[in-house]
Ligand binder design. Structure first.
Ligand code: PMP
Ligand code: G9A
Length: 403
């Protein structure tokens, strides 16, 4: 008799949902399909030669450590390097006890869920929010308070109302999950005034903030705004950072900064998850920063993505019907598109694939999939030609649906 696996699976695993993006990545493996879907860096920019030279040095001179198990907290030299960078950025009170290395931000999100969420616990998320964050929180059976965004980021007036309501109802909100810079998927950036208000609300209502910031360094114009952890010092903010968008996602490295007792909890959870992040890539990332390569690489990334963003905005003007609206990002990797409510972007996806163009359906970014008139476009991965062609194909499809 075959085993009935379904009565073996945990309740938690039954609540898990596949990531729309991860599933899409498999689908768009077909080279004929132009993918404006997954948020991937442009691989032609990766500093391959530099990383190859650094790797050789790391393996020859530090091979014993680079190929060995490492501390769960991360290798000391990388932690020290990142603390120095954090202090330069203006994070007051930051020490190595406040900083641990993770297997990129996705692990930090999974650990955040594990450390904070009991089944049925409430967390605040932006609507829309990053699909991988929602996936991590869903796995631990979170309940959601959703707060909409506008051009200046999360609507702090609505956030305040909802936090007050939760408090009045005796709900212990475990954290608010925010992506303040060039938000994924909406592309918007939290204004300075609202950053201050969010910190104030965090203290007033005793709700920690998880600040997820993979895109802050990929700014095309304007001044960099202080991060939430910078505004709050080591207080209520747990800051997630990653090398994925500022160097290479294949390194699978990120870091978390925050209160040292909280970091200790994360370390214990991480011990059970993967023992340690790869020491080999930690040495490589550390050398990359110490040798001063980061700034020139980031300059190239910013310049190239800006060109691609401009090409996408031009193509949208040229090919999209006027009933469709989109954001004009000042950084990051995404344009967020709003179509008339009678167009269902989930249903349209199959037709888009037939037309050989892929996007991410808007509903993936809402905890309950409640929205069907948005879609997300990525401009960092496709070439300029693919951007033009892809937007043309999508524009033709949309024009057929407008009435
Ligand atoms: N958070 C956000 C907002 C992201 O957009 C991503 C990746 N697209 C991640 C976390 C996870 O990335 P990684 O695990 O590669 O750091
Ligand atoms: O799942 C991945 O490959 C990371 C990308 C995330 C995104 O497209 O938002």
């Amino acid at each position: 008799m075959t085993l009935d696996w379904s009565n073996k699976f945990s309740r938690r695993s039954k609540a898990m949902k596949a990531s729309a993006i991860r599933e899409l990545l498999k689908l768009v493996d077909n080279p004929e399909i132009i993918s404006l879907a997954g948020g991937m860096p442009d691989p032609t920019l990766f500093p391959k030669e530099t990383i190859a030279a650094i790797s050789k040095d790391v393996f020859i001179n530090h091979g014993g450590k680079a190929l060995q198990y490492g501390a769960t907290e991360g290798i000391p030299s990388l932690r020290e390097t990142l603390v120095k960078e954090g202090i330069k950025e203006g994070i007051k009170g930051l020490t190595v006890d406040n900083l641990i290395i993770t297997t990129a931000s996705q692990q930090a999100l999974a650990l955040s869920a594990e450390v904070f969420i009991n089944p049925g616990d409430t967390v605040v998320v932006e609507a829309p929010s990053y699909v991988g964050g929602l996936q991590a929180f869903n796995a631990f059976e979170a309940n959601y308070i959703t707060v909409p965004l506008d051009d200046e980021g999360i609507r702090v007036d609505i956030l305040e109302e909802k936090l007050k309501q939760a408090k009045d109802n005796g709900v212990n909100v475990k954290f608010m999950y925010l992506i303040p810079n060039f938000q994924n998927p909406a592309g918007v950036t939290l204004s300075l005034e609202r950053r201050k208000k969010v910190i104030e609300l965090s203290h007033q209502y005793d709700v920690p903030i998880i600040e997820d910031d993979p895109y802050g360094e990929i700014r095309f114009e304007g001044e960099k705004l202080p991060s939430l952890i910078q505004l709050d010092s080591i207080g209520n903010v747990i800051a997630l950072r990653t090398f994925s968008k500022i160097l290479a996602p294949g390194l699978r490295l990120g870091w978390i900064m925050g209160n040292k007792d909280v970091m200790r909890k994360f370390v214990i959870a991480k011990q059970a998850a993967d023992l340690c992040s790869p020491p080999s890539t930690q040495y490589i990332a550390d050398e990359f920063i110490r040798h001063g390569h980061m700034e020139s690489y980031l300059a190239l990334v910013r310049k190239t993505y800006k060109k691609k963003k401009d090409a996408m905005l031009e193509a949208l003007e040229r090919y999209f019907p006027e009933e469709v609206k989109w954001t004009k990002p000042k950084g990051g990797m995404f344009v967020w598109v709003t179509v008339p409510e009678y167009i269902n972007t989930t249903e349209m996806f199959k037709e888009a694939i037939q037309e050989k163009v892929a996007y991410v359906i808007g509903s993936a970014f809402y905890p309950h999939g409640e929205d069907t008139h948005h879609l997300r476009l990525n401009f960092s991965l496709p070439t300029l030609e693919q951007i033009d062609q892809g937007i043309k194909r999508l524009g033709n499809l949309l024009k057929k649906k407008i009435h």
